[in-house]
Design a protein around this ligand. Structure first.
Ligand code: NI
Length: 204
């Protein structure tokens, strides 16, 4: 198999919104940490800070990779920047309810029930393994971003009444997305899928 540089190119990244197919599909483990991917991670932090986010998964910028970035402080220079590559969650303990929002569903905020504590194992951008026992906001954000990698949004975790409440919002997002596609402002789903498969072939 050839592996030319052009096949692995990652262009300028930007946020994508529900129901972009990258968000609804399970991401694939990364097997190659190259310069383009490191640049992509730097772009993800920029995009996250510019959007007042505290976590961002790769598929929220249409990269089909199992990685996400977090900084609970939400500002460059404050807090701690984390990159979780090929993460695995284990040992869920306790239960906590907290309001969540998502850069892929701007304007939607709902209470979400999750385990309070979790253990995460992952790799850093240098390829070093890390293992952390998490509680509080970092536990919450890591679980939210991990869901993204599984193709799940926080709206998939709502009890029935709350799910009904957001259904109309999700329908509106769908109408907006399809409208942009019909006006040529966004590629059609088959072109978006082809791009995801190209990026997977380069690093998964
Ligand atoms: Ni999100």
């Amino acid at each position: 198999m050839t592996d030319s540089a052009s096949d692995a190119t990652i262009g300028p990244l930007s946020l994508v919104e529900f129901p972009h197919p990258a968000l609804l599909r399970r991401t694939r483990p990364v097997t190659r940490l190259d310069a383009a991917l490191r640049d992509a991670v730097a772009q993800m932090f920029e995009i996250m800070y510019a959007s007042q986010g505290i976590g961002l998964a790769a598929n929220q910028v249409a990269l089909p990779y199992r990685l996400f970035v977090v900084n609970c402080a939400g500002r460059r220079g404050d807090g701690e920047e984390h990159v979780f590559i090929n993460p695995m969650l284990s040992r869920p303990r306790g239960t906590a309810v907290q309001e969540e929002g998502c850069l892929s569903l701007p304007g939607v905020r709902m209470d979400v029930r999750r385990p309070q504590k979790i253990t995460v194992e992952a790799f850093t951008l240098d390829g070093d393994p890390v293992r952390m026992d998490l509680d509080g906001l970092l536990s919450r954000v890591v679980q939210h971003e991990f869901d993204h990698l599984e193709g799940r949004l926080f709206t998939d975790r709502l009890p029935e009444a709350a799910a009904l409440e957001v259904r109309r919002d999700l329908d509106t997002f769908r109408e907006v997305f399809v409208g942009k596609q019909s006006r040529g402002e966004l590629p059609a789903d088959d072109a978006l899928m082809a791009e995801l498969r190209r990026l997977e072939a380069a690093r998964c």
